[in-house]
Design a binder for this molecule. Structure first.
Ligand code: PEP
Ligand code: MN
Length: 250
């Protein structure tokens, strides 16, 4: 299923990581990220939000097409694929050089967006909506498949429950269920589930233990200055600790 992916060789490794900041904020910020992460062979792609789905319209909305240009420039210098989220099919024209397109939790059931993005024939990371069942996630994947694209990566990023000790409840049952019942690769986003960087490494280890194929994790060279999700992003040093701590999980 993943054979046509430009990065399938890397993806087919035992455990793969997509890492980068919540938002692309500047060329300098992203250059630091690429420079630091390019050395990890299990980092198959760099993420960075450009069109940001922010709860509050007064929050930073992303650099939009300018952000994609920054990712593109660095992709060609550092030879790492790039991942960014699309929110509106009107923006498809900016995504030609984006390797993997993310559909965010808030758009998981935007069926017309799913259908239009599927037609680009690029791998799609489909994030589970925080109020959606696994069955609904699979129905959304079916929309993409029906539009002719089977390059789908499912992503568990936490759901809303009565529990509020962390930002969301990371549903690792979904990883176990999806690995048992589907052929799609399943990755976990421990960052948005945790909402706090100190919980990200333990959740990432748990995800690997539960059988996930990989992670998408937020990493920022200076999290305290981040324009979005400042609390949950790992520093580059913490990312190194994450890499090390994953080694002992088989
Ligand atoms: C993100 O990955 O930047 C993001 C907004 O995630 P989610 O859609 O899971 O909230
Ligand atoms: Mn984020």
């Amino acid at each position: 299923m993943l054979q046509n992916m430009p990065w399938s060789d890397m993806y087919n490794k035992s455990f793969s990581i997509i890492a980068g900041p919540c938002s692309v904020e500047s060329y300098a910020q992203m250059e630091e990220v690429f420079k630091a992460l390019v050395k990890y062979s299990d980092v198959i792609a760099i993420r960075g939000g450009t069109f940001k789905p922010r709860t509050n319209p007064n929050s930073f909305q992303g650099l939009k097409e300018e952000g994609i240009k920054i990712l593109e420039q660095l992709k060609f210098i550092y030879k790492k694929p790039i991942v960014t989220e699309i929110m509106d099919s009107d923006d498809i024209k900016y995504f030609n050089n984006v390797d993997v397109i993310q559909i965010g939790a808030r758009n998981m059931q935007n069926f017309s967006l799913l259908t239009k993005v599927a037609k680009l024939q690029k791998p799609i990371i489909l994030k589970r909506g925080f109020g959606n069942t696994i069955d609904e996630l699979l129905s959304s994947a079916e929309y993409i498949k029906k539009a002719g694209n089977q390059q789908i990566i499912l992503c568990e990023r936490g759901i809303r429950t009565f529990e509020n000790s962390m930002r969301f409840t990371l549903d690792l049952s979904s990883v176990v269920y999806l690995k048992e019942n589907t052929d799609y690769p399943v990755i976990v986003d421990p960052s948005h589930a945790a909402g706090d960087s100190k919980y990200v490494i333990p959740l990432a280890r748990a995800a690997k233990g539960a059988g996930a194929d990989g992670l998408i994790v937020e990493v920022h060279p200076h999290p305290e200055e981040a324009l979005s999700d400042a609390n949950q992003q790992l520093t580059l040093e913490e990312f190194d600790l994450l890499e090390e701590s994953l080694q002992s999980i088989r």
